[in-house]
Design a protein around this ligand. Structure first.
Ligand SMILES: [Zn+2]
Ligand SMILES: [Zn+2]
Length: 230
């Protein structure tokens, strides 16, 4: 019996034959089947760049806007879930109420998809120094550090505010808030494939800023992103 981290009910994890024969990849489930199904997976018809669900496959309005700035050099982002109310509540508890243990839920719902994407370096989107100090943990690194080896090349300037507290216009207008950690970056990273890691892709502003900074130092790298929600 396991206790579900979300509803606190006990449940018996389902184990498939495949899992029995691959113990190395088996992770003990932390949430029950019913809670797992509150998360709404994105359907297959998506924007070819950012994973946004669409009625007809193609390029979404957000990405058409980014084309005005970046031309054909758009960021490929892979997401797994739709940002529904259930996910919203989970993130509020995780970030605003500092419910650290929820990182395990976030890991559980995305690790299979994340591990399908190969990259040389996994670079997490950093938390602001103010939030990090208040929470005593870095929200994004806490999710992904148990899943892939992280190379934290980016830092966030202080005093920039959280994107989650801004409306769409303010998000898009926000200025570059990241800088490169010069102690961590190496010349040999140039040309490597890099996967940026974030929780939610909203307008794309955060991830494009992160890519802009990395490309200044690593101009030959191929940079994509993974965010749990779109
Ligand atoms: Zn549950
Ligand atoms: Zn798009």
């Amino acid at each position: 019996m396991n206790e579900c981290l979300l509803c606190k009910q006990e449940f018996i994890p389902e184990i498939s034959f495949l899992q029995i024969f691959s113990w190395s990849k088996y992770r003990e489930p932390k949430i029950c089947f019913r809670c797992l199904h509150q998360f709404e997976r994105l359907s297959e018809i998506r924007c070819k760049y950012c994973s946004k669900n669409m009625n007809v496959a193609g390029t979404c309005h957000d990405c058409l806007d980014w084309q005005q700035i970046y031309g054909q050099n758009l960021l490929y982002n892979y997401s797994v879930y739709r940002y529904n109310d259930y996910f919203h509540d989970l993130m509020v508890n995780y970030k605003r109420y500092d419910d650290y243990v929820l990182y395990e839920v976030l890991q559980e719902i995305c690790y299979k998809e994340l591990l399908k994407i190969e990259a040389d370096l996994y670079v997490p989107i950093p938390t602001s120094p103010e939030h990090q100090q208040k929470r005593q943990f870095d929200t994004i690194s806490a999710i992904f550090s148990g899943l892939v080896p992280l190379t934290p090349l980016l830092k966030k300037k202080s005093g920039c505010g959280a994107q989650g507290e801004k409306n769409k216009h303010e998000r898009l207008a926000s200025s570059q808030s990241f800088y490169i950690d010069k102690e961590k970056i190496k010349k040999s990273f140039n040309g490597k494939s890099i996967l940026l890691l974030d929780d939610i892709y909203t307008t794309g502003r955060t991830l494009y800023h992160a890519r802009d900074q990395l490309l200044q130092f690593l101009p030959d790298s191929e940079i994509r992103s993974f965010s749990i929600c779109r």
